[in-house]
Design a protein. Structure first.
Length: 189
DNA sequence: CAGTAGATGCTCT
DNA sequence: GAGCATCTACTGT
């Protein structure tokens, strides 16, 4: 079933990041339908989180989507090359989000393989968007309960023991906040 | 294997 | 003008 925006509007972004592991990130882009099962995600807690683009209520043209209601996309360009996909969470005005760092192909493996070329798995946030065809210009600030980008649950159970929790990747600049255990990864895949 | 350099462009100071 | 919520290709074992 397609998850409604209300699913992403709950107050605890860290708990939500955990619950998003195992869900399907689906796209219908360039005439191709495909989906990746979410293996890894990180919470970005906004206001009080130095690693977050919206730390201290910082508000710019780039991170504006984070201030919208939960259940929309926030896609931005990193290192000039990679598009990174986030789900905006919480209510309007509370700028939090979940970064999808890794998926494994669930539907449309052929399409995904072609998009990735030499890269093998969609591990790493830049490869997630590459695999699914997501880019910043077309897919930023879109509602995620309808095509071209949506999130589904197919009821595959995930046991708490299947998850590893730890610090986020690539956020050393965030000082103490770099140590927060806001990253979740599914061990088996 | 490990380690590193280079690509690349947008955002904010 | 610096610095990124990164990835690949290439080096040397």
């Amino acid at each position: 079933m397609i998850l409604p925006s209300s699913f992403f509007q709950r107050p605890d972004v860290v708990e939500l990041a955990r619950d998003m592991i195992g869900l399907l990130l689906c796209t219908h882009i360039d005439g191709q339908v495909c989906a990746g099962r979410i293996l890894e995600a990180e919470a970005y807690a906004g206001l009080n989180d130095r690693a977050s683009h919206s730390f201290g209520n910082r508000r710019t043209a780039r991170n504006e989507p984070m201030y919208g209601p939960g259940g929309r996309s926030y896609v931005y360009l990193c290192y000039g090359i990679h598009h990174l996909f986030n789900v905006v969470t919480n209510r309007e005005g509370i700028p939090q989000g979940v970064l999808i760092r890794a998926v494994e192909p669930a539907w449309g493996e052929e399409v995904i393989r072609n998009r990735l070329g030499k890269s093998r798995a969609a591990t790493g946030p830049g490869l997630v968007t590459k695999a699914l065809g997501i880019d910043r210009l077309r897919h930023n600030a879109l509602p995620l309960d309808q095509p071209p980008v949506w999130i589904e649950s197919d009821g595959i159970p995930l046991r708490p023991g299947d998850l590893v929790q730890g610090p986020r990747v690539g956020v050393d600049y965030a000082g103490e906040d770099a140590l927060l255990p806001y990253r979740f990864r599914w061990i088996f895949h």
